[in-house]
Design a protein around this ligand. Structure first.
Ligand SMILES: *Cc1c(COP(=O)(O)O)cnc(C)c1O
Length: 385
């Protein structure tokens, strides 16, 4: 098996040498003041990325789904109503978790490939009287961006708490927890943040957990944010052993984010996705997403017709060392999902990807020029502002 794979799927994304080196630092104990200092620094840098001033901002010990579950089980309990806005697989996952938490779940679904429709949300909020609204900013199953600003102001008008999934957006496009007045915003370490999978950054508004009745305990002991706050906050009370090396890696990835600056980083993601789309345009692989809804971190196209798309991806992985992903859910077999996330959002990664796809398509008997794809990608990179 080849050692190096260029990870251009929907996560995990490539990690830099400095992040890899952080993983091999000597261990510290989870109560060592030097480790706690690093955990605090991770919190500070996450606040920057989340656009949050919330005290309780830290990486959940688990992947993005663990952070999602933490959001759901801490804000929902029997007797509460949640409005889940579903436009793909991750919205469905929110619903599945909310149902297990015993809340009344009202689902609004939007077609695969479409964003959440704020006008429909206005009506659904009025009809449901929901206590909580949950939305995915960047739906990774389809590559679609939804308008969280609009949904956040509707939620605020109705006095509903807001949960925002920013797993595929944090570090790649603007996230504004304070401006949204969101109750909980969460993410994952392995997408645009450029760390390995294993942590789920989360930010919890200072008043978010206040409404729970005393008779109702959080369904999950491990993900009870009130208990975890006693460890990550000033009390430093042991709850569970923090994944020390993973926190080092995320800490390093976030220092790189701070050094680069958010605006520069967002621009780099826009340039990379424009370059990728221009390169793919040379092979007539049409986008599955309307221009207004495109994500800078993930491009979703229709794979070549009359070919076995899974076999082409396998060839790309095994012969060219590049990973991309197929479709999820109803789009299985009908989509290629190509990420430009974190360290993958660089011109060099995009050029390697489009040139390798061209070679794979040629071996499949199609006309595709690696040089033309590289040229188109480079021009788009340079032109994007
Ligand atoms: C990847 C992803 C998740 C789940 O994250 P895991 O790290 O796979 O648990 C949740 N929501 C969205 C939008 C994602 O892209």
């Amino acid at each position: 098996m080849s050692e190096e794979v260029l990870l251009m799927g929907p996560g995990p994304s490539p990690v830099s040498q400095r992040v890899l080196r952080a993983l091999s630092r000597p261990l510290l104990g989870h109560l060592d003041p030097r480790f706690l200092q690093e955990l605090d620094s991770v919190g500070d840098n996450l606040r920057l990325a989340f656009g949050s001033s919330a005290r309780l901002t830290f990486p959940v010990s688990g992947t993005g789904s663990a952070a999602m579950e933490a959001a759901v089980v801490n804000l929902l309990w029997p007797g509460r109503t949640v409005l889940v806005l579903e436009n793909g697989v991750f919205g469905e996952r929110l619903t599945a978790m909310a149902q297990r938490a015993g809340a009344k779940v009202v689902r609004r679904t939007y077609p695969m490939g479409s964003p959440v429709d704020p006008e429909d949300v206005r009506q659904a909020l009025r009809e449901s009287g929901a206590d909580v609204v949950a939305i995915v900013q960047a739906e990774t199953s389809t590559g679609v961006k939804s308008d969280v600003d609009a949904v956040a102001s509707l939620a605020r008008e109705r006095g509903a708490q807001l949960i925002v999934d920013t797993v595929t957006s944090l570090g790649g496009m603007p996230v504004s927890m304070d401006a949204w007045n969101a109750a909980i915003v969460y993410s994952g370490s392995q997408k645009c943040l450029g760390a390995p999978p294993g942590l789920g950054p989360i930010s919890v508004a200072d008043d978010a957990l206040a409404g729970r009745p005393e008779t109702s305990t959080v369904q999950s002991w491990y993900l009870d944010l009130g208990l975890i706050a006693r460890y990550v906050g000033t009390e430093r009370l042991y709850h569970h052993t923090a994944p020390v090396s993973m926190v080092f890696a995320l800490g390093e990835a976030l220092r790189a984010l701070r050094e680069e600056g958010l605006e520069e980083r967002f621009l780099r993601h826009r340039k990379a996705s424009a370059a990728l789309r221009a390169g793919l345009g040379e092979f007539s692989l049409p986008s599955r997403v309307a221009p207004a809804d495109l994500l800078p971190s993930l491009t979703v196209v229709t794979p070549p017709k009359e070919s076995d798309e899974a076999a082409l991806r396998r060839e790309l992985l095994l012969a060219e060392g590049i990973e991309i992903a197929g479709g999820l859910g109803p789009w299985k077999g009908q989509a290629w999902r190509i990420g430009t996330m974190g360290e993958g959002a660089r011109l060099g990664s995009v050029l390697r990807t489009v040139q390798a796809i061209a070679r794979v398509l040629r071996r499949d008997g199609r006309s595709a020029s690696p040089a033309a794809a590289a040229q188109a990608a480079t021009s788009a990179w340079e032109e994007t502002q």
